[in-house]
Each structure stands twice: as structure tokens, then as C-alpha cells.
Design a protein around this ligand. Structure first.
Ligand code: FAD
Length: 506
């Protein structure tokens, strides 16, 4: 197979590069070994940064975030809740830090406003009355699955080829260039591709991919944990006004609240395990700002791995870098950065690729809205909710069918059908990423069978492996809960295995 550009990795960065290249008229193919968002793009906190979090220690990352925050709110409003962010300090926090923070925001171009404690409590009643200072910033809540999918859809509409569940397994380098790339597809296809340029956007796997071409990229790997609480317990993103530490942030997200994050060295890109101590720490630290969080039900825990420039930990820069080793001159690798800055990273990489190909077209991703119209049926249910979820792609959903398959997240049967018709959802988890079915209170334990039934009607998929994979993955996210909830979860797992006939099957 021939393609001008092969992109490895279907997270936000890879999908953003595919969109940018396609909009500039460059022929490209993106391969993702799992589903889109298999890596950090599906394992992050969902905070659209205002830049403030990095403003004291890493002002250039802060300025990048501030600029991209404005662009993303404009081009992808359906993926973003423009909640605003509050930074609150408590009596035990260093009082001098707040002044340094405000000064740093002003010099980095990050807009900031101070509220009195009374104003803060009026706009966010769940805040601790112990709060000392409160600053308002432009943080928001972003749905990474929806954002990445919109990039994938747009890239395809502009001519890119994009294949998920398809891993790059090896490379051949000849005369200082990658000449062949070997690929293994979940649908049992093994093939070889010979692109002009290879873009390595493999996130935490960036060093492994570079190694396939004999290049060395040294990145720190850093694991972070998050907890999902049932229900929204704050209106704004709530941040602790102190130097970045563990358990600083609470993000309202769809029907839930996400608490995060932590930071510890990761042994590999797959080392996403959430530790028991992470759960305790996150509840303790975030409930200092929002006391009611202490008693809320944890419906899931999950983790992600950050590739960080210059080692790991809270001190490492959140900026990104582009690598082009002379041992494989047509291989461009990109790593670091944030979900918030994915578009900027994609723009810089695409500029480099276009330079190598002699293509002169300019970037348009900051100007053109994400989510192209695809045409479809109108119906009796208001499209507004679906448009908020899918952007203009909502018009492909048959809203005349009111049947709901996932009651926690109010997912319509016709949403699942539309996703299946799009063709790249192979598993129950893939459908969940695209529709949010199974992401709510019951974590898929009540709705997985109904969703599977629709999937089987649309495509002859093998139900048992998909169901097992999905329930195992959802169950893993609850391993660290304790007390009554643990007992309830164990009973639920036991009942489900009996009802679905999964006992003894691994
Ligand atoms: C705990 C945590 C919390 C975070 N919170 C935030 C936040 O709140 N806000 C924010 O802006 N940023 C946040 N980030 C950072 C953000 O998630 C990442 O910067 C961003 O998602 C990186 O996207 P990416 O596409 O570069 O990498 P990834 O999303 O990791 O994508 C890389 C992809 O490459 C694929 N891949 C790897 N090897 C192969 C192969 N051989 N063949 C094919 N495909 C392959 C992987 O499957 C993966 O999908 C957080 C990160 C972590 C870990």
C-alpha cells in the first residue's frame, strides 16, 4: 500500500495531524492499535486548561494552553462545557503563592479575576466556607472521546484514511529512511506500507515506535489516577490555589464529577493501575475544597500515562517536542503536551511534514469548526441534546425512534445504530466511547446486553468476547473501592456473570 504520510497513533495528536494534513490536501493514513483514545487521550482528567495550572513554573505551556483554550471553545463547542474554573486557597495553603500566581497569570496572558469569598460561595455553594481566596479563570470541561472522534470524522471527510484496531509492528530502515512499515490488523490483515513520511504520534509509546526505526527518544513516563463520582457536585472546575500537587482538581463532566490527579513514575505505557492510596488521597484532598465529595459514590477509577519531557513528576515541563533523528530522516516523532494543546502540536508537526513533502498549503484547523454535516433524518425528539453530544453529526441519528438503551446516560437505540453504520466500532467498548452508553451510574452493568443486541442486529459480531472484555474493563475500574460499595459491586459482578452465563469463562 502507498500513502504519502503514515501517522501512528489515534489519540488527540494523531487525529489532529490527520485532520490538518487532510485539510491541506495531503494524502495520509492513520493507524491506531486500539480504539481511538486508547492511550492518554482516553485516560486523562478532561480539563480544558486555562493555562493557570502551569503559569508559575511553566509559563510557555501556560500561554499555549490559554491560546488553544480560546480556539477549541470556538471550533469544538459541542465537546466542551465552558464551566469556568475557580482556584481556591485554604488557610493551610501558602498565602504568598496566590499573589505570585496572579502576577504570573498577568505576564503569561492568562485572564484572571478575583472573587470575594462571599461571591465565590454564591457562585459555587459547595465550596468549603474555610476558603481564603478565590480566583476565576477560563478552565472548562472537555470530552476527549468526542473531540478525537470529531477530528477523525473531519479528517475522513477531507480524504484521510483512518483505521483503528490496527497496530504498527515493525519498520525497515534503508539508506537512512523508513522504507517499509509492517502492520497487524485486528481483522486479521497483515500488510506492509511504504510511506514518504512516517509520523510517530504514539504518546507514551513514542520511544517504542522510534526504537523500531533504530532511533532513541528519552521520555519520562508518569502515571496519574482519577476517580469518577456519580453526579455533578460542582458547577465550575475547582482547582486548589497552590503549587501543582496531587488531588488538586475536581472537574464536572457530563453526569459525573472527576477527581484527579496523582503522579508517580510508570513502568510502561500500560502501567495505568490505580492504587488504593490514590483513591484515599484524591477523596481527602478534593473534599478539603468541596466537603460534600467525601460522601459521594465512586462509580469508577481509571489511570493514564503521561510521556513527559525531561524526566517525570510534577516538575517536568508540560510542553511538547518534535524529534527528527538523522538515522531515519523521514520519521517525525512528537511527544509531551496536553490534550488542550493537541491542535497546536498537530499544526507544528503538519508544518514539518508539509516542508518535507514540498507542500505549501497553510493550516486551517484553528479556523474551521470541527464536525462536518453528514445529512440525515429529522424526527420528533429535539436534536439539541444530540447536537451537544455529536456536533453536526447528530443529523445522522434517527430521532423518530425514542427507545433508550442506556438509561443512566439516556443513549438512544438509534445512536448505537448510527455508530455501527459508521463502520469502525468493533466492540462494546468502542460503542461506549462514541455514545457514552455504559459510562454512567451503572457502568454498563444494566445496559451492556441491550447495546450488544443492537450491535448484533447491525453487524454479525461475536457477542461473548465483546461482553467479557467490556465487563472486565469496567470491573477493573472498581477494584479499589471499599466498604459497602465493594460488597455491592461484588454481588453485582456475581449476578451478572450468572445472568449472562459468563461463569468459568475467561
Ligand atoms: C493522568 C492524566 C491526566 C491528564 N489530564 C489532562 C487534562 O485534564 N487536560 C489536558 O489538557 N491534558 C491532560 N493530560 C494530557 C493528555 O491526556 C495528553 O497530552 C494527550 O491525550 C496526548 O494525546 P496523544 O495523542 O499525544 O497520545 P495518546 O492519547 O496516548 O495516543 C497515542 C496513541 O498511539 C497508539 N499507539 C501506540 N503504539 C501504537 C502502535 N504500535 N500502532 C498503532 N498505534 C499505536 C496508542 O494506542 C494511543 O492511542 C493528562 C494525561 C494524563 C496521563
Amino acid at each position: 500500500m502507498r500513502k504519502d504520510v503514515l501517522i501512528i497513533g489515534g489519540g488527540a495528536t494523531g487525529a489532529g495531524i490527520a485532520r490538518d494534513l487532510a485539510l491541506r490536501g495531503v494524502d495520509c493514513l492513520l493507524l491506531e492499535m486500539g480504539d481511538y483514545c486508547h492511550g492518554a487521550s482516553g485516560g486523562n482528567h478532561g480539563l480544558l486548561h486555562s493555562g493557570a495550572r502551569y503559569v508559575v513554573k511553566d509559563p510557555s505551556s501556560a500561554s499555549e494552553c490559554a491560546a488553544e483554550n480560546v480556539i477549541l471553545k470556538r471550533i469544538a463547542p459541542f465537546c466542551i462545557e465552558d464551566t469556568g474554573g475557580l482556584f481556591v486557597s485554604l488557610p493551610e495553603d501558602d498565602a504568598a503563592f496566590a499573589d505570585i500566581f496572579v502576577g504570573s497569570c498577568r505576564s503569561a496572558g492568562v485572564p484572571v479575576n478575583e472573587l470575594t469569598p462571599k461571591e465565590a460561595l454564591a457562585s459555587e455553594p459547595g465550596l468549603s466556607p474555610r476558603l481564603v481566596r478565590c480566583l476565576m479563570l477560563n478552565d472548562g470541561s472537555v470530552d476527549p472521546f468526542s473531540l478525537v472522534q470529531a477530528n477523525v470524522d473531519d479528517a475522513r471527510a477531507a480524504g484521510a484514511s483512518i483505521i483503528n484496531h490496527c497496530a504498527v509492528t515493525g519498520m525497515t530502515v534503508e539508506d537512512g529512511k523508513v522504507s517499509r512499515v509492517e502492520v497487524r490488523d485486528r481483522r486479521v490483515l497483515h500488510t506492509t506500507i511504504s510511506p514518504e513520511v512516517v509520523v510517530n504520534a504514539a504518546g507514551a509509546w513514542v520511544s517504542e515506535i522510534a526504537q523500531m526505526a533504530g532511533c532513541n527518544i528519552s521520555m519520562g513516563l508518569d502515571q496519574g489516577s482519577m476517580l469518577v463520582l456519580d453526579g455533578r457536585h460542582c458547577c465550575h472546575v475547582i482547582n486548589r490555589l497552590r503549587p501543582p500537587s496531587n488531588g488538586d482538581i475536581s472537574v464536572p463532566n457530563h453526569t459525573s464529577t472527576i477527581l484527579g490527579t496523582t503522579s508517580r513514575p510508570a513502568s510502561s505505557p500500560e502501567d495505568t493501575t490505580v492504587l488504593r492510596e490514590d483513591v484515599d488521597l484524591l477523596v481527602r484532598e478534593t473534599s478539603a475544597m468541596l466537603p460534600s465529595l467525601r460522601d459521594r459514590r465512586i462509580i469508577r477509577t481509571y489511570g493514564g500515562v503521561r510521556p513527559l519531557l525531561g524526566g517525570g513528576g510534577r516538575e517536568a515541563s508540560r510542553s511538547f517536542a518534535i524529534f527528527n533523528d538523522e538515522g531515519a530522516e523521514n520519521l517525525i516523532s512528537v511527544a509531551g503536551g496536553k490534550l488542550t494543546t493537541y491542535r497546536l502540536m498537530a499544526e507544528k508537526v503538519t508544518d514539518r511534514v508539509c516542508g518535507m513533502l514540498g507542500a505549501s498549503s497553510k493550516c486551517r484547523t484553528h479556523l474551521e469548526s470541527l464536525g462536518r454535516p453528514v445529512g440525515g433524518k429529522g424526527g420528533s425528539i429535539s436534536l439539541t441534546r444530540l447536537e451537544r453530544k455529536y456536533g453536526r453529526k447528530a443529523s445522522s441519528i434517527d430521532t423518530s425512534d425514542p427507545r433508550v438503551v442506556c438509561s443512566c446516560e439516556q443513549v438512544l437505540r438509534s445512536e448505537v445504530i448510527a455508530v455501527m453504520k459508521a463502520g469502525d466500532a468493533l466492540t462494546l467498548a468502542d460503542v461506549m466511547h462514541r455514545t457514552r452508553a455504559g459510562m454512567g451510574y451503572c457502568q454498563g452493568f444494566d445496559c451492556s446486553l441491550s447495546v450488544l443486541e443492537v450491535m448484533m442486529e447491525e453487524k454479525g459480531i461475536e457477542p461473548l468476547p465483546s461482553l467479557m472484555e467490556f465487563l472486565q474493563e469496567r470491573g477493573r475500574g472498581l477494584e479499589q473501592v471499599t466498604g459497602d460499595q465493594l460488597r455491592q459491586e461484588m454481588l453485582r459482578q456475581y449476578v451478572l456473570r450468572g445472568v449472562y452465563g459468563l461463569e468459568g469463562k475467561e
